[in-house]
Design a protein around this ligand. Structure first.
Ligand code: HEM
Length: 142
């Protein structure tokens, strides 16, 4: 994970921002296509859910320059996801849906460098979320 990665991700996210609601729709359609069993985990309005996802992604992408501040927020997000029924293997499916969405939304701008950068950032975010989930589970077990 390098500053190089951050710049690619931050720049490409700027191109997504104006079409965030469309990107969110595309993301959930792909996610439920990849794994229809995930559909029932989402109880609320999907437009609102899409907006929450985009807001959180935006905060995470902007926060990459200051990881010390970002980590506690992302850990808490991971801990809340335990309560939504999310388990580790779901993160790979969500990652695939995210990469698909970025590719569809960015077109030719989604170069292999941009892809590698998003993979590195997604892996960082999910590792921190899983760590937050594990700490929450340990706290429950204690
Ligand atoms: C980088 C990865 C992810 C991000 C940024 C993210 C972001 C969010 C946000 C912002 C919320 C709103 C509620 C809250 O803040 O606690 C949420 C809820 C939720 N997320 Fe995620 N999420 C991620 C990964 C996942 C994965 C892997 C799954 C597995 C299917 C998942 C399933 C859910 C569900 C089921 C809800 C609750 C929906 C509801 O209450 O109807 N998320 N997520």
């Amino acid at each position: 994970m390098t500053n190089h990665h951050f710049v690619y991700v931050q720049r490409s996210f700027e191109a997504i921002r104006p079409i965030a609601p469309v990107a969110a729709d595309l993301f959930y359609a792909k996610l439920f296509d990849l794994d229809p069993s995930l559909r029932s985990m989402f109880k609320g309005d999907m437009k609102r859910q899409g907006a929450l996802l985009m807001t959180m992604l935006s905060a995470a992408v902007e926060g990459l320059d200051d990881l010390d501040s970002l980590v506690p927020t992302v850990k808490k997000l991971g801990a809340r996801h335990v309560g939504y029924g999310v388990i580790d293997m779901h993160y790979a499916t969500v990652g695939n849906a995210l990469i698909y969405t970025l590719e569809a939304a960015l077109g030719a701008e989604f170069t292999s460098d941009v892809r590698d950068a998003w993979l590195a950032v997604y892996s960082l975010l999910t590792n921190v979320m899983k760590q937050g989930a594990e700490e929450a589970n340990l706290a429950i077990a204690a």
